[in-house]
Design a protein around this ligand. Structure first.
Ligand code: IMP
Length: 428
């Protein structure tokens, strides 16, 4: 099976970076298909920790192509900084390719992201303030500026000036803020464009050619299913499509080209930002998991909200993404707990609900129905088969498979690349 999509089944931060990096070892091309610098992937290679925001996880393998697809929103200043950061650590990034069709995050997007959040007060979404939402808004409004425009300075300047006329009116008259000047933006963006020029290309052609040639292509989603603009816990969502279908649009491949969709599920749940969270743990156990799992945002440093694993959510994600397997992460974080719970249904107004509700008010009213498991004292990071896991951990994994109807193809046993157990070869 040559093409695999990796998606998050929860609210992001499931450990997709680690799973993508692990699967990237086997693939020829790794494609990021949506989101922007709101994402944060942590990858550990030989004890070296890399935190990536815009670059696909595959970038840490110099011989692979690492593609930023058209569906991504690119902040050129962030990207250049990330590239230079890797280069200064001796990393070869010659495999990078950036879609000429990807849209740019502009300085006014970052400013507007903050102002829009501020004006929502209590009802704020809790965005990462990276300008992602406003950049996608401009893309839909057909006034966005694209990566290709960085290579044609006259076009870039003309589009920027047209946009600034509008944005400055909004900044001045709606928010009472200072207007932005074109000069410094032009200078820094065109400079970044020159640094990015060698990597900019038509990535859809490149990806489809690789698929035709039988190469192994991995599509890497950012965020998670519950943050999807259409299918997530709207309005507490991001502005793009993390679901597997997003890979088709955000990379430029047809649905018939996708062979496997693996859903990454963390052994518990976390969420940054606001919105309902049925299995949330506002207690000592939640704090313990947060500290043990270092559950703080890679991009924002915000403490993540923590809760038990919620299979209502995973089953919903399974349907929406057409999951063919699960990659289970962070079983090791739960080591040492006496009891571990898993929600497999909700109760609302005395009734048991088995479908994930669309209304966030309804979701906020739901109480999880739990199955409780005895905890496991340790996870052997070198386990070679499911039988090497502690029987209680195995019982937990088997329960997830039983309730979701999905096999666990990969179980992550720790942070490092080699601390992973493959139960089925997804590229096999
Ligand atoms: P935005 O994507 O910055 O607009 O934020 C919208 C929502 O998505 C907020 O709740 C963010 O906390 C959340 N979000 C965005 N990116 C990530 C991520 O990579 N991991 C987890 N949550 C994210």
């Amino acid at each position: 099976m040559p093409t695999v999509v990796v998606v998050g089944t929860q609210w992001g931060d499931e450990g997709k970076g680690k799973i993508t990096d692990y699967l990237a070892l086997e693939s020829d091309v790794v494609v990021r298909y949506q989101g922007g610098p709101n994402a944060g992937h942590t990858v550990v290679v030989n004890d070296e920790v890399f935190q990536l925001h815009l670059l696909p996880s595959g970038i840490l393998y110099p011989e692979k192509l690492s593609v930023i697809g058209n569906g991504v929103v690119v902040d050129p200043e962030v990207l250049v900084k990330e590239i230079q950061g890797l280069q200064s650590r001796g990393r070869d990034i010659s495999g990078l390719r950036i879609s000429a069709r990807a849209h740019l995050i502009m300085p006014y997007h970052r400013v507007l992201d903050a102002l829009q959040e501020e004006s929502k007060g209590e009802g704020k979404i809790g965005t990462t303030l990276k300008g992602v939402g406003p950049a996608y808004m401009d893309k839909s409004a057909r006034v966005g500026i694209r990566v290709a425009d960085l290579l044609e300075p006259d076009v870039f300047i003309q589009r920027l000036e047209a946009n600034l006329r509008d944005k400055n009116r909004v900044l001045k008259y709606i928010y009472g803020r200072e207007e932005l000047e074109a000069g410094p933006i032009i200078e820094s963006y065109l400079k970044a464009g020159e640094i990015l020029r060698p990597y900019i290309t038509d990535t859809a052609i490149l990806i489809n050619r690789a698929i035709r040639q039988g190469k192994k292509v991995l599509f890497e989603g950012a965020q998670g299913t519950l943050l999807d603009l259409d299918h997530g816990t709207y309005p507490y969502v991001t502005s793009s499509h993390p679901v597997a279908g997003g890979a088709c649009i955000g990379a430029g491949v047809g649905p018939t080209r996708i062979d496997e969709v693996v859903g990454v599920a963390k052994a518990y749940t976390s969420r940054v930002g606001d919105g309902p969270f049925p299995t949330e743990l506002n207690d000592e156990i939640g704090n313990w998991i947060r500290e043990t799992g270092h559950e703080y945002g890679v991009t924002t440093g915000r403490p993540r909200r923590i809760g038990w694993l919620d299979l209502m959510m995973i089953n919903y994600a399974s349907v929406l993404n057409g999951l063919t397997a699960i990659a289970l992460t962070r079983l090791d974080v739960l080591c040492g707990l006496d009891k571990v719970k898993v929600a497999y249904a909700y109760r609302r107004g005395g009734q048991v609900i088995t479908e994930f509700p669309a209304s966030f008010r309804e979701l906020a009213d739901c109480e999880p129905v739990y199955e409780e498991f005895p905890g496991w004292p340790e996870i052997d990071p070198a386990a070679k088969s499911i039988d090497d896991l502690h029987p209680n951990a195995r019982q937990f994994v088997e329960f997830i498979s039983e309730k979701t109807g999905l096999e666990a193809a990969i179980i992550s046993l720790g942070r490092a690349r080699d601390q992973s157990l493959t139960l089925r070869d997804l590229f096999g």
